[in-house]
Write a protein that binds this ligand. Structure first.
Ligand SMILES: Cc1ncc(COP(=O)(O)O)c(C=O)c1O
Length: 417
């Protein structure tokens, strides 16, 4: 019998990693107060909790005018619409991200133009983005993925030279900083998801950082059924109800209070993880860019070398899970995404511009390599498991590396699981 838990051996870890989200009496108290106040919803916008949450969030992120919303997808749609980006305009998105990044573009009526990602960060490749620019390109959405940030120097330069609107997708990057500037404050907009799995969560929710008060007023109007939110009270844009509720905002305020300590612990343990993983054969950690001055950890992503492991990432992940380590193979490449087949869905944008959606003609080698062979995504709960939480990951990987010949047999189990 093999030592590997996937083949019946004893797992490295049996204790589950801590659950997310964490909460205490303060959350219960805050929610109870909102319930008693009778002011539950988001209308009139913003309510007192929402206003306070917006102020505190912008303060933590170090800038911008924050507009809390229903989720971290409409935030991007609203950002584009606030800049009048819409029908037939092209917006560049990376090939390795959650489908929402491209779906939001289509909801705004624009066309997502997919480009490949960088080998060292898995974030958008600025050179590939540059090559995709046409006279119709109006915007770009760099995604700060996992624990990385896109090269915002290159993106900013590219955007300025080509007059593009930059919407940073910061769904994974709460608290992150580039050259000391908060993620989401470098582009025109920063879009944050506050959905349950995110490192700052309100259950569901999103928040958009806008560069100017004028953009924030336009965004607020768009999410509040078009009501005016500028000082003169004249702005009225066709909008919908994408408001955040007071209940959500109350959770956000408490979450923000807890956030700095959690972020610090993740950063310290991730540095320790980097060092340990760097010593393992067949493991490639992603880039630690000196310009990325504060790192945040939604997911800790690394790459395996399938030749050394004698298996691809799905088998390695399966083996890791059986050793008690929660992990995932991450996203599909955008053009292979099962969720992202809009050509089949009769959505207006793909129906009107089918030439942009011929996925079988597209090739994004780095995103494909990440999504089909090498990327391993570790849940941030690893870090809330303390040093032992990280040590168990290293031990599990070492064990798998010492038994790679057995992984071939694990493939059979995997196929039947
Ligand atoms: C990169 C990225 N962008 C956008 C979103 C969308 O966020 P939401 O689920 O809050 O709409 C997510 C959510 O998982 C995400 O991971």
């Amino acid at each position: 019998m093999s030592d590997l838990a996937v083949l019946g051996g004893t797992p490295i870890r049996t204790e589950p990693y801590p659950n997310w989200p964490v909460f205490d009496e303060r959350d219960i108290q805050a929610i109870s107060e909102v319930i008693r106040s009778g002011r539950w919803g988001g209308y009139p916008y913003p309510g007192p909790q929402t206003e306070e949450f917006a102020r505190l969030f912008a303060e933590m992120q170090g800038g911008g005018y924050a507009v809390p919303m229903a989720n971290g997808t409409v935030t991007m749609e609203v950002a584009l619409r606030a800049m009048n980006i819409g029908w037939g305009d092209e917006v560049i998105v990376p090939a390795y991200t959650f489908q929402a990044t491209a779906a939001a573009v289509m909801s705004a009526g624009a066309i997502p133009v997919i480009v490949d990602v960088d080998f060292e960060t898995y974030c958008i490749d600025p050179k590939a983005a540059e090559a995709a620019i046409t006279p119709h390109t109006k915007g770009i959405i760099p995604v700060h993925l996992g624990a990385e940030m896109a090269d915002m120097d290159a993106i900013k330069d590219l955007a300025e030279r080509n007059n593009l609107v930059v919407v940073e997708d910061c769904a994974h990057a709460h608290g992150a900083k580039w050259r000391g500037n908060g993620a989401g404050t470098i582009g025109h907009f920063g879009s944050f998801s506050l959905q349950s799995s995110k490192t700052l969560t309100t259950g569901e929710g999103g928040i958009l950082l806008c560069r100017t008060p004028d953009l924030a007023a336009r965004a607020a109007s768009l999410i509040d059924c078009g009501r005016p939110h500028d000082e003169a009270g004249t702005l009225f844009t066709l909008g919908a109800n994408y408001r955040m509720t007071e209940l959500q905002a109350a959770l956000g305020i408490i979450g923000l209070d807890r956030f700095p300590e959690q972020a610090k612990q993740r950063e310290i343990l991730a540095a320790y993880m980097d060092e340990a993983l760097s010593e393992l054969p067949g493991v490639r950690i992603l880039k630690r860019d000196a310009r990325h001055t504060t790192r945040s950890f939604y997911q800790y992503i690394f790459a395996i070398d399938p030749k050394i492991f004698k298996a691809k990432h799905d088998i390695v992940c399966y083996a890791l899970e059986k050793e008690g380590i929660p992990c995932d193979v991450g996203y599909e490449a955008m053009h292979h995404y099962e969720l992202f087949q809009p050509i089949l869905s009769r959505l207006p944008v793909p129906s009107a511009f089918p030439a942009y959606f011929e996925f079988d003609k597209m090739s994004f080698p780095i995103a494909e390599q990440a999504s089909e062979e090498e990327a391993v995504w570790l849940d941030e709960s690893i870090f809330r498991g303390g040093q032992k939480g990280v040590d168990d990951v290293i031990l599990a990987l070492k064990k798998i590396l010492a038994n790679t010949d057995d992984l071939v047999n694990a493939v059979m189990n995997f196929q039947n699981h």
